[in-house]
Design a protein around this ligand. Structure first.
Ligand SMILES: Cc1cc2nc3c(=O)[nH]c(=O)nc-3n(C[C@H](O)[C@H](O)[C@H](O)COP(=O)(O)OP(=O)(O)OC[C@H]3O[C@@H](n4cnc5c(N)ncnc54)[C@H](O)[C@@H]3O)c2cc1C
Length: 301
């Protein structure tokens, strides 16, 4: 029905996609979608969706997203074209919200700019990374943010400082205010030492991640956030004996217990039931209440 409404509004703009093709878990049914290639096009599309009261959500690489197997009744907006570009000026890199984070990180390493190497294996977009305040190895994107360009739900464009983005561990103000991250300028530093050192570091990080994470099966990275105090979720889950525990096609990874693998044919309900089961077992065993890092498509918290 949403698709029919979207099609009536602008037949050329919208198409049906299968969300399983747009999420790293490979889970998700059909939805209406719209790819936009410029800020102007994005503003026009969001106006149209607002006028018709159609729900919408931005989807990056879908690497932190659980999409409903029964499909989503709204319009998934994909940032393409201008939004995927990035460029360097001095120690700054400016990237669109749809730019591929590992590519930006790799390009920074190749130009001997340090700071973003931690992100070389985080398979999302720059917009998704800002929204999630993605990070690894003690660094987060928020450490680098000089400015973030956003489109507010009301249609106003604003440029925010890092402070105004309300960053904290794996969160930002955008998780509450519904603004679209148009792009970000990150401040990097000129690397000292051998040229090529950073690329070596990037390769080492990728090798380490290949050993530690189940990268050959569909997953969405860490399912749970690190608790404020207490061991990491992977340790808590492993200590409950849950490695390999399965609900339908969803399995607690034997490689890293904070990952849930789609072992074949997993549905979004399989994953949610497994998340609830793991949360309950960890709470009963340790008193610690794990909180989800992964997000359900379209949820606002
Ligand atoms: C193998 C693997 C390893 C991972 N390792 C890490 C890691 O080390 N550290 C880490 O932090 N994360 C990690 N992740 C999780 C994920 O890659 C990050 O959270 C990433 O930043 C999500 O980006 P995305 O574009 O895929 O976001 P999506 O999953 O597409 O979207 C996530 C949320 O962000 C919102 N969003 C996306 N783009 C925008 C935008 N432009 N404007 C407004 N909202 C937007 C979406 O609406 C959604 O709510 C990993 C995931 C995988 C699969």
């Amino acid at each position: 029905m949403i698709f029919d409404k979207a099609m009536q509004a602008a037949p050329d703009r919208f198409k049906v996609i299968r969300l399983s093709d747009f999420t790293t878990w490979g889970i998700g049914g059909y939805t209406a979608s719209c790819a936009v290639t410029s800020e102007q096009e994005l503003a026009e599309v969001l106006n149209l969706l607002r006028e018709r009261s159609l729900p919408w959500v931005i989807l990056g690489k879908g690497s932190n997203t659980l999409a409903p197997s029964e499909g989503w009744h709204g319009v998934v907006v994909l940032l393409k074209g201008d939004f995927t570009e990035y460029s360097f000026k001095g120690n700054l890199v400016t990237a669109g919200g749809g730019a591929h984070l590992p590519s930006v990180s790799g390009a920074a390493c190749s130009t001997d700019l340090t700071g973003l190497v931690f992100a070389v294996g985080i398979p999302g977009t720059v917009g998704g990374a800002v929204f999630m305040n993605a990070g690894a190895y003690g660094s987060s994107i928020s450490d680098l943010v000089e400015e973030v360009g956003v489109l507010h739900p009301g249609g106003a464009i604003e440029y925010l400082t890092a402070e105004e983005c309300g960053f904290a561990y794996r969160t930002s103000v955008f998780q509450k205010n519904g603004a679209v991250v148009l792009g970000a300028t990150l401040r990097l530093s000129r690397a000292v030492g051998n040229s090529g050192e950073l690329r070596r570091e990037a390769r080492e990080i990728l090798q380490l991640r290949r050993r530690k994470f189940p990268l050959d099966v569909p997953n969405a990275g860490s399912v749970f956030r690190r608790p404020d105090n207490g061991p990491p979720p992977g340790k808590l889950i492993e200590d409950c004996g849950l490695k390999g525990y399965r609900t339908g096609g969803a399995v607690v990874s034997r490689v890293h217990a904070n990952f849930i693998e789609n072992a074949g044919g997993a549905t979004s309900s399989d994953v949610m039931h497994l998340i609830e089961y793991v949360t309950d077992r960890v709470r009963r065993n340790t008193g610690i209440v794990l909180r989800r890092e992964i997000r359900q498509l379209g949820e606002r918290i």
